[in-house]
Ligand binder design. Sequence first.
Ligand code: ARG
Length: 273
Amino acid sequence: MSRVQHYRKTLVTIGAVIAAGLGAAALALSTAGANAEEPSGGGDFDAQIIGGDPAAEGQFPWIVALADASDPSFNYCGGQLVEQDVVLTAAHCTEGSDPADVVIRHGGTDITRTEVYEVAEIVVADGYDGATMANDWALVKLAEPIAGAATVPLADADTKDWGTLTVAGWGTTETGSGSQDLLHVDVPYVTDDECAGAYGGEFDAASMICAGDLEHGGVDSCQGDSGGPLVSADGVLVGVVSWGHGCAEAGKPGVYANVGLLHGDITAALAAL
Ligand code: ARG
């Protein structure tokens, strides 16, 4: 999303949080889908790609950030190279943006030392629904390929029982702002049944997958990590950071676009680029 939209969304959500604090909109917030993704303030909010550690150089060699073309120091979402000239990210990260509004940052864990790349085209998933966050993925084609860059392999099936997954990003930490250094954290796979138990009808089993420590919370992605990678132990991209109720709250796992499930749609869009 554009910087302005990002801020607008944050303001709207802060309004919702204040209302929830007054008790008035608690139910609305917990069922609000896309708007329920910001830290709610209702739980133990200790964000830090929550509970994470700095990534080693080369650990996520294909990771990128989306940044504002008019201020490339403002990175607002994550993503990953699936080809040397194509980034897979979240649809809600590109919503309302022209290619000229967005640049891609790649080439290191310290965001200030990454290179800036121009964008030629943005393709949002056909079935993307900004109200429900269904099919929250998009492809961003670069003006030029990044020669020599690594790409991440996509899960080609909805394997379900993934065990421990890892999520990475430059998003919100416990200090409430983004991290200059790339962080990562392990998050247990959460079954569809458990996720439906946590989110009811907000969880769309046809396009989403969940991960987090249901019982304790404390580990999660957060604001600014959207679009970034959820990977399996063998380095396959299983999910794309999408939304959650707050960040790292017990009983409220992170929700991701389900790459294994959406593999056919994503590869078809890649072939059509
Ligand atoms: N929508 C957020 C973003 O734009 C990501 C939220 C992820 N939340 C979570 N609890 N895992 O960066």
